[in-house]
Design a protein around this ligand. Structure first.
Ligand SMILES: C[S@@+](CC[C@H](N)C(=O)[O-])C[C@H]1O[C@@H](n2cnc3c(N)ncnc32)[C@H](O)[C@@H]1O
Length: 311
């Protein structure tokens, strides 16, 4: 037998044996029609998990201090998810004219990074593996201009990249001689690839998330507020009710609001004292669990279409 014919023969699998190997026949739409979230909780169960959770340090408070110092006092392996949207490192104040917004509603004192952005990035990211539980994950936002230092710091810290998500928003800053940036990067990182928690709450969750930036008329904020829906997606996939979420750069407290609203506890830091009033106001606007909808009750278009087709 020549080498070529041997290769052909060795690779040949008879239809009979292939049928035997494949245990189940592929039926279009079947998997989608039968989809169930990995884990789900009724509102009562989620509320009870929230109440039951115990911590050895104060939670559901935001500490007004530098996260570099603050994170050092967080106990080892105490955090289920870190959600971090660090300052951009591009001398941004949030009041730039080209952002075309009404300055009087934008709060002063957004703290940019003073000094070397790479060193800063390395310092705060290196603290994450120590504070994360083995099942924990970290979600780090980054613009494309600073992605390189963030990726290097993540690698140095030994965090494992599971997904590189693109957040696509509706519009960006007008440009004359280049494309308008209308996306952000979101890194989904874990401490342990074998043990991380992931609640698959959708049948086919893709890594491009189209979520509009939100603007409320007359709302006071610092100019970098993430949509609550975006942060809730990280929380929903990566944590359980009663879990603890840490945000080192709270800004307008979006992570705290999303956590409180979905029966998760929160902790974190904000260096800018002038955000205190806004943060307290934002947190006072909602009750614990107000945003929580059990996953099986959520609309999943793909699943619904599949159920209509699949008999
Ligand atoms: C990009 S914004 C976060 C916005 C937030 N995700 C939101 O939705 O409102 C970054 C925030 O980090 C704060 N900050 C900058 N350096 C800090 C530090 N070393 N420790 C804690 N907060 C810091 C800034 O004042 C700013 O509010």
């Amino acid at each position: 037998m020549t080498l070529i014919s041997c290769r052909l023969e060795c690779n040949f699998v008879s239809p009979e044996s292939s049928k035997k190997k494949r245990k189940k026949r592929y039926v279009p739409h079947e998997a989608a029609a039968r989809f169930k979230p990995t884990k789900d909780w009724t509102r009562e169960e989620a509320s009870s998990e929230f109440e039951k959770a115990k911590f050895s340090f104060p939670v559901d408070v935001i500490n007004f201090e530098d996260c570099m110092a603050g994170m050092k006092s967080v106990p080892d392996e105490s955090i289920d998810a870190v959600i971090a949207d660090p300052p951009f490192g591009i001398s941004f104040s949030g009041k730039e004219a080209l952002y075309n917004r009404n300055d009087s509603f934008v709060i002063d004192g957004y703290q940019e990074v003073e000094g070397d952005y790479e060193e800063f990035t390395k310092a705060w990211i290196s603290e994450i593996p120590r504070i994360l539980k083995k099942s924990g994950s970290a979600w780090i936002f980054s613009g494309w201009t600073n992605l390189r230092p963030v990726l290097s710091a993540v690698e140095d810290a030994g965090l494992k990249l599971v997904n590189h998500i693109i957040w696509k928003y509706q519009f960006g800053v007008f440009t004359k001689k280049k494309f308008v940036t209308s996306h952000y990067h979101l890194l989904f990182l874990v401490k342990n690839l074998k043990q991380y928690f992931f609640n698959k709450i959708e049948h086919y969750p893709q890594d491009i998330w189209e979520i509009n930036r939100t603007y409320k008329k007359g709302e006071k904020k610092n100019g970098t507020k993430l949509p609550t829906e975006l942060v809730m997606r990280c929380i929903d996939f990566a944590t359980k009710p009663g879990d603890l979420v840490l945000d080192p750069f709270m800004g307008n407290a979006t992570t705290a609001v999303a956590s409180k609203g979905s029966y998760r506890h929160f902790t974190g830091f904000e260096i800018n004292e002038s955000m205190r009033e806004i943060i307290n106001h934002n947190l006072s606007l909602l009750d614990i669990g107000e945003l929580y909808v059990p996953y099986t009750e959520r609309k999943d278009e793909l699943v619904e279409k599949a159920r209509a087709k699949f008999k």
